[in-house]
Design a protein around this ligand. Structure first.
Ligand code: FAD
Length: 839
């Protein structure tokens, strides 16, 4: 019995010192003290074992001894086992900064550091741009006209975008751009995501491309020439990296630039002969300047010794001889301008390399360094913005659509997807805005950019599917009145571009993140490369302390012990504690995976992806917590916050469980399970009561709905019909009065007080007025309300040949001509009202 008590005492003490990473001295002291207590209490066996433990720890902890004997052996083994980091990977590892992602790797995230930079008010000038110019641009979009009839934005919208310098959001004011903060850029793109073609057209030139590359690396001459022209749209840029043979593996591009002499403006100059084939290049069909990535060679040694200089980026004006440009691809769901570019023996002077000849071979580094910011903003903002539009539409539609005599929003089956949409939009908004704020504070978040891009575009696709489902046939039927269907099919584009999601999730988040964000691995690898045993000793033993610390923290926190006082209110604190606990569990599992799977971990993508999922959900959860802590909660927001955090923690826990179930080293997996999930799983899916509350809040006129749709295009001039969100908002304002009247009228009908054939709501209202069951004012109100409801429920129909692309191929089946006597004309939208008209 005494032996057992001493063992428990020793374990408790060890957990305590390990949690604090107190080091070898404290551990030795603890073991010696407990072993003495063991000898006094006649527990000699435990006493001896603890003394042996103390001796071993002392051996490892005495720097002289450790460095002379232990470290060289570990270092020799590490050199053999550690993964080789290729030059391409090294470039990726060195790009960007490590922030909150790194904190999550430590297992003891410092919440105060996250909360240290709260979101302030947006400067009035930026807010005014979002309120005014963005609303005007949004109001100039007609989805059907853009996607089907014109396959482009209308010319007046192009002019407006150029005039208001939408293409120069990232370009500083001194060059004629808007110089917006990252947060404002995100809000602009969110508002413009009311139309996917508009959002892409504005997003792409402000993301990774000539503008950003010039700003960071351009020569002064290049900046002075191009930036003002890009800012006001005189020049339209595109960036060509991808080709038929190089997609995800972009560094394998076979396009070449050979250093040679050639004629330029009547003189012989040193330059490059380019041969390339690019595809899927956004804005290429109308681009006036092409940013081009190619592999540069100097076979004749005209520049120096090096023959293969590597990937290089240059700016090539559209009219350069030998370049074929102008054809179009047809991206699914959204006809934003996108096409191939082919170049045959295109000669350019060396000065056209971005940054000049000195930047030859620096192209990949430039691209990767820039990727972290653009990838954190453009597509994630599109996902968040479109999610918030979907929430507004889905909430509005399900409230006004009545079946079985009640709004479908009252049906639990419909409430489930409604709540999911709301939560994913909420999480997306918190993640993207908080990350944009970090960028404004100087960070270039590399791993979070991969998290946001892949997770939020997946959310976007999920939200679009849920929004489509709750609309039933209303959005399955294509036509000018369908405000969701076109965007729904375009979600595939966001999934694929800027690093396809499968690759991003499986390879980039953890595969690169493990080395990038880990507090010690990068140092250990650098020490290996430099053969620096001192540096290795420092990093390795700090790493060892971290592993023991994470083990102790994950285990004790699984029992609710030791997360400490976290700087959150009583609603958020339990979730912050859970994120802290899973952070320790994640840190421990990440180390275990790296140690047991070694360099093969890159290939074991299923394992990497699950660890990436744990990190992603913890990152997004942290952003939601920060948003909650620093903003004023709207009435009803608590349920949405709790739902969102529960969803993320459930997903994190599930990913952790699946990782443990599939780790090849089974004894290690069992030991890990015992330490990180000693009492099994805790985070169930969000409770039904939360689902009911959220669904009601977003399908009625509540402060929460208003907050969630802030900074969207939700305004309409009187009588203006082309903004479905504004129309739903207006209907929801009137809904409480309508609901009472529905109740009164339907009750009267059920009692037989109204004629049996008063089946239409309109007829029933008239009958109720005639029977003096409702007053004239209410009857008028209901007539107007019902007319608007019916208009919002209406879908388009077309002449028989209206939807055939090739009218000559229409099969009239004999019947149509018989009925109409002549060929129906093609349907055409009037481009404004969303109604259809004959051409
Ligand atoms: C509409 C559109 C616009 C675009 N705009 C531009 C542009 O302006 N400029 C430009 O340069 N490019 C552009 N692209 C190219 C885009 O970036 C690529 O499509 C993208 O990088 C993926 O390449 P891929 O389509 O060839 O897929 P592939 O590389 O053929 O990949 C096929 C599948 O395999 C997966 N995969 C590949 N490697 C791995 C791996 N190691 N682990 C796990 N999964 C993997 C991918 O995730 C994908 O699911 C655009 C593409 C489209 C469709």
């Amino acid at each position: 019995m005494n032996e057992l008590i001493i063992l428990v005492l020793a374990i408790a003490g060890l957990l305590f010192v390990m949690r604090r990473e107190s080091g070898a001295k404290a551990t030795v002291a603890l073991l010696v003290v407990v072993s003495i207590v063991g000898f006094i209490a006649d527990a000699e066996v435990m006493g001896v074992l603890l003394l042996i433990g103390a001796a071993v720890t002392a051996l490892a902890g005495i720097p002289g001894l450790r460095k002379a004997w232990l470290t060289p052996r570990i270092f020799a083994f590490f050199k053999k086992a550690a993964p080789k980091v290729s030059a391409t990977e090294r470039t990726a590892l060195e790009a960007g900064t490590v922030g909150w992602d790194g904190e999550l790797f430590t297992g003891r995230p410092q919440w105060k550091s996250l909360l240290a930079s709260p979101l302030g008010e947006l400067p009035p000038e930026e807010q005014a741009f979002i309120d005014n110019q963005c609303s005007v641009a949004a109001s100039m979009c007609n989805a059907w006209d853009i996607a089907v009839e014109r396959a482009d934005l209308p010319p007046e919208l192009w002019d407006y975008l150029k005039k208001e310098r939408f293409f120069g959001m990232i370009i500083p004011k001194e060059y004629g751009g808007l110089g917006l903060s990252t947060r404002a850029q995100s809000l602009v793109l969110q508002k413009l995501s009311v139309n996917e073609t508009l959002m892409t057209t504005v997003g792409v030139p402000n993301s990774l491309g000539p503008g950003e590359l010039l700003l960071k690396y351009g020569t002064q001459e290049q900046k002075d020439h191009y930036l003002p022209r890009l800012a006001d749209g005189r020049d339209i840029p595109c960036f060509g990296l991808t080709g038929p043979r190089a997609g995800s593996d972009a560094t394998s591009l076979p396009d070449t630039g050979i250093v040679c002499k050639g004629e330029f403006e009547g003189k012989e100059v040193l330059g490059l002969r380019l041969n390339f084939e690019k595809r899927w290049i956004t804005l290429a069909p109308i681009a006036t300047v092409v940013g081009l990535a190619f592999r540069m060679f100097d076979p004749d040694g005209l520049l120096g010794e090096e023959k293969d200089l590597g990937i290089t980026c240059a700016l090539v004006p559209r009219n350069t001889k030998g370049m074929e440009i102008g054809r179009r691809h047809w991206p699914i769901g959204s006809p934003f301008l996108n096409g191939p570019i082919v170049g045959k023996d295109v000669f350019i002077p060396l000065d056209w390399i971005i940054g000049g000849p000195k930047m030859a071979g620096e192209g990949w580094r430039m691209l990767v360094e820039c990727l972290s910011v653009g990838r954190s903003v453009t597509l994630p903002s599109g996902a968040s913005g479109s999610g918030r539009y979907m929430l507004g539409m889905a909430g509005g539609f399900t409230r006004i659509r009545r079946q079985f005599n009640v709004p479908v929003a009252e049906m639990e089956g419909v409430q489930e997807p409604l709540a999911r949409i709301a939560a994913k939009a909420y999480i997306a908004q918190a993640s993207v805005i908080q990350t944009a704020n970090m960028i404004d504070n100087g960070e270039k978040p590399a791993v979070p950019s991969a998290i946001l891009k892949s997770q939020l575009t997946e959310f976007q696709r999920d939200m679009a599917m849920d929004a489509m489902d709750v609309h039933g046939g209303r959005t399955v039927t294509l036509g000018p009145r369908n405000y969701l269907g076109i965007g729904f099919s375009a979600t595939a584009v966001s999934i694929t571009v800027e690093g396809a999601n499968i690759l991003t999730r499986n390879l980039m988040i953890f595969g690169q993140g493990a080395i990038r964000c880990h507090p010690y691995v990068l140092e250990e690898l650098a020490a290996k490369d430099d053969n620096d045993i001192e540096a290795f000793d420092r990093a390795f033993f700090a790493h060892a302390r971290l592993i023991f610390g994470n083990f102790a923290r994950a285990f004790t926190q699984a029992f609710g012990i030791g997360a400490g006082n976290l700087p959150f209110d009583h609603i958020a604190a339990p979730y912050a504690k859970a994120v802290t606990r899973f952070s320790a569990a994640f840190g421990l599992c990440a180390d275990a995976a790296m140690a047991s799977v070694g360099s093969d971990l890159k290939k074991r993508e299923l394992l990497s992806a699950r660890l990436g999922d744990v990190l992603s959900n913890l990152y997004m959860g942290s952003m939601v917590l920060k948003q909650w802590q620093e903003s004023r909660a709207a009435m009803g927001e608590t349920a949405l916050f709790q739902y969102s955090m529960t969803l993320l923690l459930n997903r994190a826990e599930e990913a952790l469980q699946e990782f443990l179930a599939n780790l090849p080293n089974r004894p290690l997996a069992w030991a890990l399970r015992l330490s990180v999930m000693p009492t099994g799983r805790h985070w169930k899916r969000p409770a039904d009561v939360l689902t009911h509350e959220i669904a009601r809040a977003i399908s009625t006129d509540t402060p929460l709905r208003t907050k969630l749709t802030e900074n969207t295009w939700n305004t309409a001039e009187p009588g203006q019909k082309n903004n479905p969100l504004a129309r739903y908002n207006a209907l929801l304002k009137d809904y409480p009065r309508a609901e009472k009247l529905y109740h009164t009228v339907n009750k009267a009908y059920a009692k037989g007080q109204l004629p049996a054939d008063a089946l239409h709501p309109e007829k029933r209202v008239i009958a109720a007025r005639e029977a003096d069951i409702i007053n004239a004012d209410d009857a008028d109100f209901m007539a107007t309300f019902e007319a608007e409801v019916l208009d919002m429920l209406t879908v388009d129909d077309f002449p028989f040949d209206g939807i055939a692309y090739d009218k000559d191929k229409v099969n009239w089946h004999g019947t149509q001509e018989k009925e109409t006597g002549n060929k129906p004309t093609a349907q055409k939208s009037d481009g404004k009202s969303g109604k259809t008209a004959k051409a």
